[in-house]
Write a protein that binds this ligand. Structure first.
Ligand SMILES: [Zn+2]
Length: 383
């Protein structure tokens, strides 16, 4: 058996104990005191397990981010994990950490405290087995991914720019454990329609309904969806009007755009931002932007996947599939800056859902995969 896997399998109980501790330190994105408490714990474990150093990146709004550094060299590989969760303080009581039939349950366990722990132990194994890489590994632990990474984005991009590769420890695809080699980009827009109000009984003909205009715009926007290219446009929220006997003066909508390529983003952004009224006497205002660029399956991404697949097969004896997803992660931010592969974290199911869980026996296996990938991508130097 591969020595890294063998070592990590001997550490399975220890990994689970660390995971339990991390899950029980609840960390909702918007609760700074709680996320900070977990951040301190993560930094401590990083130092203990890897012998590396950590820096706390202060954050006034949300939890402090933690930057771990291990090894040395001119070049770096970036490991990426977030430690905030979508769960609220107290949810742990309803869904406590527990293990049933080989699956571990708890808030944030699959997305993504499991992957975070697996990443820590990947470095721990390399450290203990004295496998020194020719480059350093920067492990970034961020605190606000679940709310769109408002404060961590610049930090993530800055580190990605300095990295030759980025490995994202978000959960693997459910339920088959595939790596994520393509993620859609996301655009978020707000459409405001102004009409002309009128009494619906007395002056109906003088009114210009903002709601009717919005309805036309929604039909048009939804017609932009094209499953063959993976482009979708979804008007997910609408508001408008005041009462039934007034021709509506105002209406608005929130629009979600998903695209698989930057070219498609560049084609559609002006279309949405440049929407024109279809009813005379109404006016439109559109605001918004591309929130996350797509993670495209470039040749370099495909090559990283092929390497992971080969290592999985030859060293760890399992078949590693790949998959595309419409969901976004911090990997979307790093993808335009350095070759990025995502979904290297936990195997399980139920992200953001009450049945959220990971498969315990996969923890050492996926952790070993990360270690072998780091060793392979980083090159091994003599100690
Ligand atoms: Zn996540």
């Amino acid at each position: 058996m591969n020595e890294v896997l063998q070592y990590l399998q001997s550490k399975q109980e220890e990994m689970l104990a660390v995971l339990k501790r991390f899950v029980e330190l609840e960390s909702p994105s918007r609760e700074k005191a709680l996320t900070d408490r977990l951040g301190v714990e993560i930094a401590k474990r990083f130092t203990e397990l890897t012998g590396g150093s950590t820096t706390v990146i202060k954050n006034d709004l949300y939890g402090n981010h933690i930057r771990g550094e291990w090894g040395s060299g001119e070049e770096q590989i970036l490991l990426l994990a977030h430690f905030d969760t979508v769960w609220q303080h107290g949810d742990l009581e309803k869904m406590p950490f527990r293990i049933t039939e080989g699956k571990a349950y708890g808030p944030g366990i699959f997305d993504m405290k499991g992957g975070l722990v697996q990443g820590l132990y990947a470095l721990h194994a390399l450290h203990m087995l004295r496998k020194q890489l020719c480059c350093k590994v920067v492990y970034l632990f961020t605190s606000d991914e679940e709310i769109g990474s408002p404060t961590s984005r610049p930090l993530i991009e800055e580190e990605a720019k300095k990295s030759k590769y980025v490995l994202v420890l978000e959960p693997s695809m459910s339920p088959n454990g595939a790596l994520k080699t393509s993620r859609k980009g996301v655009g978020m827009f707000h459409l405001k329609v102004k009409g002309q109000p009128a009494h619906s009984g007395i002056d109906h003909d003088k009114g210009r309904s903002a709601i009717e205009e919005l309805a036309r715009q929604i039909s048009y926007l939804h017609s932009l969806t094209d499953y063959s290219t993976g482009t979708t446009v979804n008007v997910g929220v609408i508001r408008g009007g005041t009462t039934s006997n007034v021709v509506a003066a105002e209406a608005e909508a929130e629009i979600d755009l998903r695209i698989t390529t930057q070219a498609e983003a560049e084609r559609l952004m002006p279309v949405i931002l440049g929407l024109q009224p279809q009813t005379e006497g109404t006016g439109l205002t559109v605001t918004g932007e591309l929130n996350r660029p797509p993670l495209e399956r470039t040749e370099q991404v495909a090559a990283m996947y092929q390497l992971a697949k080969k290592l999985a097969k030859e060293e760890l004896n399992f078949d590693l599939p790949e998959a595309a997803t419409g969901g976004a992660s911090d990997g979307n931010f790093t993808a335009p800056l350095a070759p990025t592969i995502d979904g290297l974290g936990a195997v399980g199911d139920g992200a953001h859902a009450v049945h959220e869980h990971l498969v315990v026996s996969e923890m050492p296996v996926r952790s070993a995969l990360v270690a072998l990938l780091l060793a392979s991508l980083g090159g091994q130097c003599e100690v």
